[in-house]
Ligand binder design. Structure first.
Ligand SMILES: Cc1ncc(COP(=O)(O)O)c(C=O)c1O
Length: 450
């Protein structure tokens, strides 16, 4: 078959026209559901990106420390990413998984190479929430238990079950949690629920899981689900011992251990492909999305063959799951990470960033805590170091000042007071230095109002 000639003239005329920001925002106001909210009082409109930088409609450049919510892991317009996207689009964008395709097969083979030990079988969908739903269905079927335990401050998505497992702040409809969902304390050492101090705490938060299972289930669970570092919850990273203790308890009650790596996967935490690998715990299921496609919609899970064995034809189907375009691009994302040694780059860059953020903590009374690992770092802002009152309004100020100065940061935490730094791994050392100068300035300005 011939590859057809492509020219810009074939692109819809409307897309090629010039618009003002105001016109675009007005169209959105008229036709977008209000559930779509933007950052910043005066929303920014981006038109292109390159590496770890974005350019707005007026041509202003920004260093991006948030990667469109921890997603564009290989940066913007990476040549290999773009070439793969074009190459596959010119051949076959879509056919359903009712038929075999080369990209789907090659992607799942590649995933098995980089997976935690034994997780050799994958199921691919289009988003993180969808992957969570599919994995939990499988876990319930495999264990024949309805109970799922999630952590306080977790975020697992916005489909029905994923939303119910999420306790990071948005309970917007007057509905009780459905039966089968239980919660256990996370390890938020900066604000310990038990009033303890790490490391003299005996990991009470981790041990509490046993009580949850003993008293709130029929002493068996389908799964325990955890993010190795909570992202939306505010970059909350448990001590590695937490994972080892809860894993032991999960196994005592015959449950599956699910590591939700939607934010921590694909090398973001440095040195390892998956965040959970820093603890030595071997998960039964890993959930993937966000960085998986570097911006192209794709999600999925990996598991052991014996768990997947009974997850069969009628249990699941996703129209877009495993489509050739997303799979080909995801394959290129993994190759880019390998070719550029991003796993070690993430830890080197992360150390450079953390050192500078620790210096800011020593200097600014508004910085209560700096935490995280690799290219997933959080800076918790407080109005008072002793009371730890969350600096929610000041956080908005910091974001606005950074934006004015050409820096994009994310926001997280139950009280919206945590700066989230989860940049593309394309970020350079010079960009880190530049970003830190801007953030430092923004913190100085914001803390004046305390
Ligand atoms: C840890 C985690 N799990 C699941 C999800 C849901 O992914 P999606 O928004 O692709 O449905 C998210 C999204 O932010 C997430 O951070």
């Amino acid at each position: 078959m011939l590859v057809k000639q492509m020219t810009d003239e074939l692109v819809p005329k409307d897309l090629r026209k010039a618009y003002t920001d105001k016109e675009i925002l007005e169209i959105e106001k008229q036709h977008l559901a209000p559930a779509v909210g933007h950052y910043y009082e005066d929303p920014v409109l981006f038109v292109r990106g390159d590496g770890a930088k974005l350019e707005d409609h007026a041509g202003k450049q920004y260093i991006d420390l948030f990667a469109g919510i921890c997603t564009t892991i290989t940066g913007y317009a990476h040549p290999k990413f773009v070439a793969t996207l074009k190459w596959q689009a010119e051949r076959l964008v879509y056919t359903s998984s009712l038929y075999a395709t080369i990209p789907y097969a090659l992607l799942v083979r590649k995933l098995a190479e980089i997976a935690p030990s034994g997780l050799s079988q994958s199921f691919i969908v289009s988003s993180g929430s969808e992957a969570i739903e599919a994995a939990l269905f499988m876990a319930r079927k495999f264990t024949k238990s309805p109970y799922i335990v999630a952590c306080h401050h977790a975020y697992h998505g916005r489909t029905t079950l994923a939303r119910e497992l999420s306790t990071s702040g948005w309970r917007t409809i007057p509905e009780a949690h459905p039966s089968g969902v239980r919660f256990t304390p996370n390890a938020y050492c900066y604000r310990c629920q038990f009033g303890k101090e790490y490391p003299d705490c005996d990991y009470e938060c981790a041990r509490y899981l046993r009580e949850v299972i003993r008293t709130e289930t029929n002493r068996a669970i389908a799964a325990f689900i955890i993010e190795p570092i909570q992202g939306v919850g505010g970059i909350i990273q448990p001590p590695q011992e937490y994972f080892r203790i809860v894993h032991e308890i999960v196994k005592e009650f015959d449950g599956l251990f699910i590591s939700d790596e939607v934010q921590t996967g694909f090398g973001r935490t440095g040195e390892k492909w998956w965040g959970i690998q820093h603890s030595g715990v071997e998960p039964d299921i890993v959930i993937m999305a966000k960085g998986f496609g570097g911006g192209i919609p794709i999600g999925g899970f990996m598991t052991r063959p014996e768990i997947a064995e009974d997850y069969t034809g009628t249990d699941s189907f996703a129209t877009f799951g495993g489509n050739p375009l997303s799979c080909a691009v995801a394959l290129s994302v993994i190759e880019i990470i390998q070719d550029n040694n991003y796993l070690s780059k993430a830890s080197q860059m992360g150390s450079q960033l953390k050192t500078q953020l620790d210096e800011m903590k020593a200097k600014h009374k508004i910085v209560g805590d700096v935490r995280g690992q690799g290219m997933m770092i959080g800076v918790e802002l407080v109005r008072d170091q002793d009371s730890k009152e969350p600096a929610t309004q000041e956080m908005l100020k910091v974001m606005e000042i950074c934006r004015e100065e050409g820096l994009l940061i994310g926001k997280g935490g139950f009280d919206g007071n945590v700066v989230r730094i989860q940049p593309p791994l394309e970020l350079t050392g010079e960009q880190i230095d530049e970003a830190c100068i801007i953030l430092d300035k923004a913190l100085s300005k914001a803390e004046k109002s305390l």
